[in-house]
Ligand binder design. Sequence first.
Ligand code: HEM
Ligand code: NAG
Ligand code: NAG
Ligand code: NAG
Ligand code: NAG
Length: 354
Amino acid sequence: MAGANASFTSLLLISSLLLASHVSGLEVEYSSLPLVKGLSWKYYDSSCPKLESIIRSHLKKVFKENIGLAAALLRLQFHDCFVQGCDASLLLHGSTSGPTEQDAPPNLTLRPEGFEIINDLRQLVHDNCGSVVSCADITAIAARDSVFLSGGPDYNVPLGRRDGLTFATRDATLANLPAPSSNTSVLLDSLATKNLDATDLVALSGGHTIGLGHCAAFIERLYPTQDPTLEKTYAKDLKQVCPTQDSNDTTVLDIRSPNKFDNKYYVDLMNRQGLFTSDQDLYTDSRTKDIVTRFAVDEDLFFEEFVKSMVKMGQLSVLTGKQGEIRANCSVRNSDNIKLASVVDDDDESASEL
Ligand code: HEM
Ligand SMILES: *[C@@H]1O[C@H](CO)[C@@H](O)[C@H](O)[C@H]1NC(C)=O
Ligand SMILES: *[C@@H]1O[C@H](CO)[C@@H](O)[C@H](O)[C@H]1NC(C)=O
Ligand SMILES: *[C@@H]1O[C@H](CO)[C@@H](O)[C@H](O)[C@H]1NC(C)=O
Ligand SMILES: CC(=O)N[C@H]1CO[C@H](CO)[C@@H](O)[C@@H]1O
């Protein structure tokens, strides 16, 4: 009897050890994730085998200096993909074609260093492999590495995106990026237009486990009347950061672990300490509340769903094959690139279709 009990106990011990090793490695069934035609998991394996190691080792150095830049790069991917698809149109700098996405209001708070890092990465990658890797793919890999190097899951990114030739208009940017004052209904409707569901919404919002927000994005929760869903002490702290209606300081999005990619954002929400209305309402609305709770108690589940949703988001309206181009400078289209015009006739000559 005692022996049976002991072996039962050790069985439990073994199975919990097995469970631990199972959950510490992310179990995402990549083969079951649908890929858009033209993208592949091995797109640059022969044309640029060092692509991912070049990006990761550079970002390791960058984040050692300033881990906040991981948040900047993660947000860049969201903004790129939500407006006109993941085509790096967001990166385009001043043109005669009209206002760029960078100048449209929701993007004014994107950190300029993020754009610089993408261009630095492009330079490093193109020096090693030639101009075969798109700025859109570099942005997607940089977002993944920002997640991983901040403590989040590592995951595979489908590759083969091409860079867009057209700027997204200011109206398109405003229409596609929901405001932080949005409630869950507005967010669900917005994401539904991109075939993203309630689980995607809650998982992707978990991106707010790192990074900063400006007072302007949540000030309406403090003045003139305080949002009653705000936990009292937290509201008091926020008022210290933003003492007046026109304050423009910043504060962290996740008070429990502001620089670590973990599931504490959901714990914040359950304690009514979400920064934006768009965050906090996920725990108020009955359609998303249970998902928040599940992610708050199970980080591995959050990581798994986050990866799935990022892979989905990363394939929104991508350009593939002969569409678009491989930009030689992420900030300018090749046709506007004076430096390039003098040395190349056709970017497709150097583009890899493998
Ligand atoms: C669901 C709708 C979303 C809304 C309304 C929203 C809104 C915002 C706002 C207002 C800011 C602060 C900007 C500032 O004041 O400086 C912000 C920051 C941020 N967002 Fe979102 N966001 C959303 C979804 C996402 C998604 C899907 C991701 C990525 C998966 C993401 C990642 C980030 C990150 C990392 C930051 C911090 C950026 C930094 O520190 O530079 N957000 N978001
Ligand atoms: C959500 O916001 C929209 C737009 O402001 C509003 O029309 C709607 O009534 C709100 N829904 C809920 C459930 O609060
Ligand atoms: C907003 O930021 C600018 C530039 O950093 C600063 O000069 C100004 O005083 C700030 N305004 C408020 C109300 O804090
Ligand atoms: C890329 O284009 C931008 C905008 O025209 C320019 O300022 C920058 O110097 C260019 N970078 C390189 C490496 O040519
Ligand atoms: C959605 C969003 O973040 N909008 C902000 C864009 O930038 C302007 C100016 O800084 C803010 O007023 C908006 O709230």
